[in-house]
Design a protein around this ligand. Sequence first.
Ligand code: FMN
Length: 341
Amino acid sequence: MNMFDSIVIKDLTVRNRVVMPPMCQYSVEKKDGIVNDWHFQHYVSRAVGGAGMIIIEMTGIDPDGRITDYDLGLWSDSQIEPLKRLVEECRKYGAVVGIQIGHAGRKAENANVPAAPSAIRFSGDYKTPRELTTAEAEEIVIKFQEAAKRAVKAGVDFIEIHGAHGYLIHQFHSPLTNKRDDKYGQDLSRFGAEVVSAVKEAVPERMPLLFRISAVEYADGGYSIDYAAELAEKYKAAGVDVFHVSSGGEGTKGPDNAFPGYQVSMAERIKNAVGLPVIAVGNLQDPELAQKVIEENKADFVAIGRGMLNDPYWTLHAAGRLKESIEIPKQYQRAFHRPKA
Ligand SMILES: Cc1cc2nc3c(=O)[nH]c(=O)nc-3n(C[C@H](O)[C@H](O)[C@H](O)COP(=O)(O)O)c2cc1C
């Protein structure tokens, strides 16, 4: 296996294994959640730069479910057309494009009163959330579904559900943040599984559904990779096709050492546990290291976040460094290495 090999996931062919992971740009101008010129150039340039898969940043399913008021949204039909233009343009350059839909829960910084599974504050700088009623939690499941329908109307190739980094779905499945005694407290994976099923119903049958999961928590008493593997089994049963394996976000503590590839073993563990393709992420911008992850089949994709903020053409440059063949946009061919084939 090679980082520049294509791969087919359900009905989707991805030209290589390089993923641009979701990265909030906090660049919406009028708090309206609508894609603007910044988003357009930001994503299209990574498509020109050779990324196989682009995952548009965390996009709120509800205005108060955003981390900030400057995040994208998909709670209104008015948000569909500008997103559609962006998706279509990225696809012209050979990338497949999906969107990460999410709800920030207790980490919604600009909501007057954020809502969460339980009224437990994230940290001293954050507001104390109020506890969602069961009916409100059910409404949020429907909002995920409606946002997914809008994403499909905008022409996305796939959807990623944000179940990581201490946001709402993670808050529901973590014993640290879910102290409820209703159905969502009796089975901590129930809310996430309902979101997965609801989104699955809203998308074409052969469209891949991705789920981002935090494989471990770093706070005292946080869950382990074994628990994450159990969660992944349940989310797989509900309809997930690919796991995007990250970690943390439930508290202010992170890993002791975020060394290059520090989350790869977690991705490998989830891959082996559920038997589905996975995306590894986290300090993988060294092309030799990223290539090794794919060659050794530890993951099916590698996501390059900050590396791609730093270099929109990371994929083209990585191919040059590794002497692999890749299609260079014709306008730029004189500036790049000559492809092998
Ligand atoms: C500016 C920025 C914004 C981010 N926003 C998101 C986001 O919207 N959703 C998400 O799941 N992760 C988000 N992340 C995390 C990245 O997707 C990625 O997991 C992280 O940066 C580690 O990968 P890297 O070492 O290649 O940067 C963000 C990271 C950065 C740097």
